[in-house]
Design a protein around this ligand. Structure first.
Ligand code: PMP
Length: 438
């Protein structure tokens, strides 16, 4: 008997490959590496995108009420496709923004952050062999998500134009080449992913640029997955145009949003999708058969947050208005800090990210010819280890074959307390002094 169980336990050790094919090539992830580096070495972390300041009091208080109030049902399951108070207020709020009546039960669905909404879209709409157009630089998870669904990502870069003499470059200087964009659409194209305001550049696509994309979507009869998580973070009086509001687009667009970005509470992981029932019904199929729903109390609190914002819509004490104002100030500080030391910033029109040119700092981190690792990635690692300042290399937001065309920029997150931004400024100033002193 003993020999038998010994041989069984030997047999029990698996030797067959365990990894599903769909994971091939997507197991390495920049965030795992850079989040760890920042945790180990950084004194100032402007890397990953999250605020180091608290969410607004009215939101925190709503969560506390949800947890400690009389309604103990807020600790239990709620409606799978979204807690009723949240889908109702989202339908009302987005109905107002889009100028159309939304049915909270069919045109809105709550997800575990915008991440999950994105994952559902690719799984629900993309078949083996379908192509999905992704505009570079892009929030990096789009590519593996398309691949996991069996689709093929097709990349089209925003092309930088030199700014006018003496002016800082703006994210608006990064534009699509209309002919190049049009050339990416084919019979195999199923969808395009749009992210405006864009992470990492902070570009806010203009109405004209969105019309160009919309016309191609209609002409080729394709879907638009519109990641609008930074919709409230738009500066200098710029307008966030919702592509779903353009001619022919409502019927083919899924809008994706995030309470994490909207209310500075990224850890809550409440996100949503807004779109026509004919699209959302398939996202509901995904949701029903995977996660079922997102934490009830967090949804209740976000519902109350939106209720409060609806009452203060566009008024000076609206959180959305105030947050953008505060972030614009933070953006300007970081722009000034970087410009003063010669790490040329690309001034973002939106989001809480800023991309800067590291060319003038290259002498500190020598090039390694024929290295597989893009230069900006080595630079960002060197910077966190030697200067204690964490940022993310821009090449992380490009596909493998384009990474080396954009390898002399790094991305900073400026959703940080004034003290954090001051500490970043001190590091940069000291670095500059060390460079210039003999
Ligand atoms: N889309 C973009 C463009 C993002 O930057 C992020 C977060 N960094 C997400 C989606 C994911 O949002 P959430 O935290 O709500 O899942």
């Amino acid at each position: 008997l003993q020999t038998h169980s010994l041989s069984l336990s030997l047999q029990a050790k698996m030797s067959r490959p365990v990894q599903a094919q769909r994971l091939a090539g997507i197991d390495k992830n920049i965030w795992v590496e850079f989040v760890k580096l920042a945790a180990t070495y950084s004194t100032v972390n402007l890397g990953q995108g999250f605020p180091d300041f608290p969410p607004p009091d009215f939101l925190k208080e709503a969560f506390v009420r949800a947890l400690s109030g009389e309604d103990h049902m807020l600790h239990q399951y709620t409606r799978a496709f979204g807690h009723p108070p949240l889908v109702k207020i989202l339908a009302q709020f987005f109905g107002k923004l889009l100028g159309r009546d939304l049915d909270p039960m069919t045109d809105v669905m709550v997800t575990v952050g915008a991440y999950q909404a994105l994952f559902y879209c690719f799984q629900a709409f993309v078949d083996e062999g379908d192509e999905v157009i992704i505009i570079e630089p892009f929030f990096d998870c789009y590519e593996p998500m398309v691949k996991m669904a069996g689709g093929t990502p097709v990349f089209v870069p925003l092309r930088p134009k030199a700014p006018k003499d003496g002016k800082l470059m703006s994210s608006a200087d990064w534009q699509l080449d209309p002919a190049e964009l049009a050339s990416k659409f084919s019979k195999r194209t199923k969808a395009i992913v749009l992210n405006s305001p864009n992470n990492p550049l902070g570009k806010v696509f203009s109405r004209g640029e969105l019309e160009l994309i919309a016309d191609l979507c209609v002409k080729h009869d394709i879907l638009c997955i519109s990641d609008e998580v930074y919709e409230w973070l738009v500066y200098d009086g710029k307008e966030h145009v919702r592509i779903a509001s353009l001619q022919g687009m409502w019927d083919r667009t899924v809008i994706i949003g995030s309470a994490g970005k909207t209310f500075s509470a990224t850890g809550w992981k409440v996100g949503w999708t807004v779109g026509p029932n004919r699209l959302l019904q398939h996202l509901r199929t995904m949701h029903q058969n995977s996660v079922y729903h997102c934490a009830t109390a967090a949804q209740e609190a976000v519902a109350q947050g939106f209720q409060r914002e609806l009452e203060h819509y566009r008024k000076p004490d609206s959180y959305f208005v105030q947050l953008a104002k505060e972030l614009q100030q933070k953006r300007d500080w970081l722009v000034q800090s970087l410009d003063a030391v010669g790490m040329k910033p690309i001034v973002p029109e939106g989001t809480y990210f800023l991309v800067a040119d590291i060319s003038e700092f290259k002498s500190d981190v020598p090039d390694v010819p024929d290295s597989d690792e893009p230069y900006d990635s080595r630079f960002a690692k060197w910077m966190v280890k030697n200067k204690g300042l964490a940022a993310i290399p821009l090449s992380a937001f490009y596909c493998a074959s384009h990474k080396n065309n954009y390898n002399h920029f790094i991305r900073f997150c400026f959703a940080k307390e004034e003290a954090t931004l001051r500490a970043a400024n001190d590091i940069l100033q000291k670095w500059k002094r060390e460079k210039t002193s003999p």
